[in-house]
Write a protein that binds this ligand. Structure first.
Ligand code: FES
Length: 358
């Protein structure tokens, strides 16, 4: 046993001490294995044969050109396979061909770059001693040298065919995104105004989703819940967009269980209340109703809304209550909307105003 001067004991792990070393004692193995070093350097076929070098260079540039073709194909697919309203097949085909083309473009750049590195760049192994990283003048000068060396070794400046085809592929690859981002907002209408209104208006009957059959007040028993859309919505030109805003949940509670704020006394019909189904957090459908507690649960991030308290948020990340749809019954006993919602449905957005008018 030895002392290293710092007070801690060092034990040589020979046959007499190794097994008895007490916990906390440093152990230095007496027979530490030798550094095996690097395997001998092997020349590649491209190092030995200039023809092979040219051949691999052509393969790499071919991959970069292939990437350009895929990028152009993505743009062509965008125009050739337009998304047709209410046609799921057009969405599937558009997504499939766009996805395949963009994947092909990125994959070709990736494979070409890896092949360039493996077959053509200098592959000599080097040992770099560790040192402190500081931004001194010497370090900076050395960095410039390293860049120049890398340029020389990779042939980036010298191999103009490779360089130009790679630059072309990298420039072409993001082009499909320009056309895809264009579709994120409607071209002709103000998106904020479109979000402010739904298909509900005075006299529109509440209908079952998805059958579209209207609902009588007498059908809504205590504790039941209905998924509701405006009657006739399926004839709308933009069915899916309208449904995404107008979806409603309908429930019946005992009238005395409802805490109604001033101005909303006539918004329910004998304890039947209708609330937007679109979560005010980020817009998932709030579809889980707890019959006993009258809580609505959003499955996405667990926001909970209390129907007894006008759908106030009682848990989770949502910040606003679910908007209430004012309802009544028509002369035939069917539930109808009194108006549109009195505030925009769904998550908050930049242009959301407090002075929303129906
Ligand atoms: S979308 Fe409902 S809690 Fe997040």
């Amino acid at each position: 046993m030895a002392n290293d001067g710092s007070g801690s004991d060092i034990v040589r792990a020979d046959s007499s001490h190794g097994a008895d070393a007490s916990p906390g004692t440093a152990v230095i193995a007496a027979d530490a294995f030798e550094n095996p070093g690097l395997p001998p350097h092997r020349e590649r076929v491209t190092d030995l044969d200039p023809k092979a070098d040219r051949r691999h260079e052509r393969v790499v540039s071919l991959l970069f050109y292939l990437s350009i073709v895929f990028s152009v194909a993505a743009i062509a697919a965008y125009f050739a396979i337009p998304i047709v309203e209410n046609d799921p097949w057009s969405v599937r085909l558009n997504t499939l061909f766009l996805g395949l083309s963009i994947a092909g473009a990125l994959l070709s750049i990736g494979v070409g770059t890896v092949h360039w590195g493996k077959a053509l760049m200098d592959n000599a192994e080097r040992v770099e001693m560790r040192h402190q990283t500081r931004g001194t003048e010497e370090t900076r000068a050395r960095s410039v040298e390293i860049f120049q060396e890398a340029d020389k070794e990779s042939g980036f400046s010298r191999r103009s065919l490779l360089r130009n085809s790679l630059i072309g592929a990298l420039v072409a690859a993001p082009l499909p995104a320009i056309f895809l981002f264009r579709d994120l907002a409607p071209r002709d209408n103000d998106p904020a105004a479109m979000l402010a209104h739904t298909a509900w208006k005075e006299g529109v009957r509440l209908a079952r989703d998805p059958s579209g059959t209207p609902i009588r007040a007498a059908d809504v028993t205590l504790g039941s819940v209905f998924h509701v859309i405006p009657e006739g919505l399926e004839e709308s030109e933009h069915y899916l967009e309208e449904k995404a805003k107008a979806a409603v949940l309908l429930m019946r509670l005992k009238p005395e269980d409802l805490n109604v704020s001033p101005g909303r006394e006539t918004w329910n019909y004998d304890g039947i209340v209708a609330y937007s189904k679109i979560c005010t957090h980020v817009g998932c459908p709030v579809a889980l109703y707890e019959q006993q507690t009258h809580h609505l649960l959003c499955p996405c991030h667990q926001s909970q809304f209390d129907i007894k308290q006008e759908a106030a948020v009682i848990f989770g990340p949502a910040k606003r209550p679910l908007p209430q749809l004012p309802i009544s019954v028509d002369s035939e006993g069917y539930l109808v909307a009194q108006s549109d919602f009195h505030e925009p449905v769904g998550p908050s957005y930049w242009e959301r105003r407090g002075d929303y008018d129906v």
